[in-house]
Design a protein around this ligand. Structure first.
Ligand SMILES: Nc1nc2c(ncn2[C@@H]2O[C@H](COP(=O)(O)OP(=O)(O)OP(=O)(O)O)[C@@H](O)[C@H]2O)c(=O)[nH]1
Length: 240
């Protein structure tokens, strides 16, 4: 009897030991599995976070507002509150740096022209446009180009059609002089591409970019306090 009792106690303690041993192993396994899940979740979160971060930094979603000084960029900027615009100052010393910074992310370029003094400005406007369109990054990305012929409320303002024709003529001349200057130098000048098609007079239709010429007035007919006439510009941007 004593022997039996002794055996029972021994059996019992062995069973208990096995049970607690198994429990121990199971809880260790659970901790191990939870650990793996946490590590996996961290890896996935890191990938998603950096994926988004790198992804958005490469997305081209900027609309650059370019143009000579006083063409009306800032006034247009204040009117276009539904867009993500970058108003680039017209002054050459400031604009070069800003264009350099944003050109790679430009989804569209709104090039603002003062239509009321276009005749006087045509050469400068063409030179500015030439420098943008022959930039290798701009040429590669081919952002939509909207030439906004602003200040249409002023009687002397030239029409979008005339501005387009004169710019094509001026860009053609510039291309001739610039190409001659380039070929007289040794080697290629970094970052510049040929404008349009070789052997043909320059036309905007030769560019890979979608190009639109629109008429607008940031002032509107009732001055700065009135409604701006920028419907055509808004429609263009909505399509981008
Ligand atoms: N009549 C008229 N005046 C305008 C229009 N748009 C702008 N202006 C005026 O033109 C002047 C220059 O406008 P801004 O918007 O400052 O020109 P900007 O292109 O930003 O000039 P910068 O900052 O020097 O590059 C201001 O006095 C504006 O009120 C327009 O559609 N019609």
């Amino acid at each position: 009897m004593e022997e039996k009792l002794h055996l029972d106690i021994e059996d019992f303690s062995e069973e208990q030991f096995m049970e607690s041993f198994l429990k121990e192993i199971q809880s260790e396994e659970a901790v191990f599995i939870i650990g793996i899940f946490v590590a996996l979740a961290l890896v996935i979160l890191t990938i998603v976070f950096f994926g988004n971060f790198w992804g958005t930094s490469k997305v081209r979603n900027a609309v650059l507002l370019l143009g000579l000084c006083d063409s009306g960029k800032t006034l247009l900027f204040t009117r276009g509150n539904s867009w993500t615009l970058i108003d680039v100052p017209g002054h050459e010393s400031l604009r070069v740096q800003i264009v350099e910074k944003y050109k790679a992310v430009a989804r569209a370029i709104v090039f603002v022209v003062d239509s009321s003094i276009f005749q006087k400005d045509v050469r400068d406007v063409a030179e500015f446009l030439y420098s943008i369109l022959t930039d290798s990054i701009v040429a590669k990305n081919a952002p939509t180009l909207v030439v906004a012929c602003n200040k249409q409320d002023i009687t002397m303002a030239k029409s979008a059609k005339l501005i387009q024709q004169q710019l094509e003529k001026e860009l053609n001349t510039l291309r001739l002089t610039r190409s001659a200057a380039l070929s007289s130098q040794d080697g290629a000048v970094g970052g510049s591409v040929y404008l349009g098609k070789k052997g043909k007079d320059f036309e905007f239709s030769q560019l890979a970019n979608r190009v639109e010429f629109i008429e607008c007035s940031a002032h509107g007919s009732k001055g700065e306090d009135g409604d701006a006439e920028i419907d055509a510009l808004e429609k263009c941007l909505a399509r981008i």
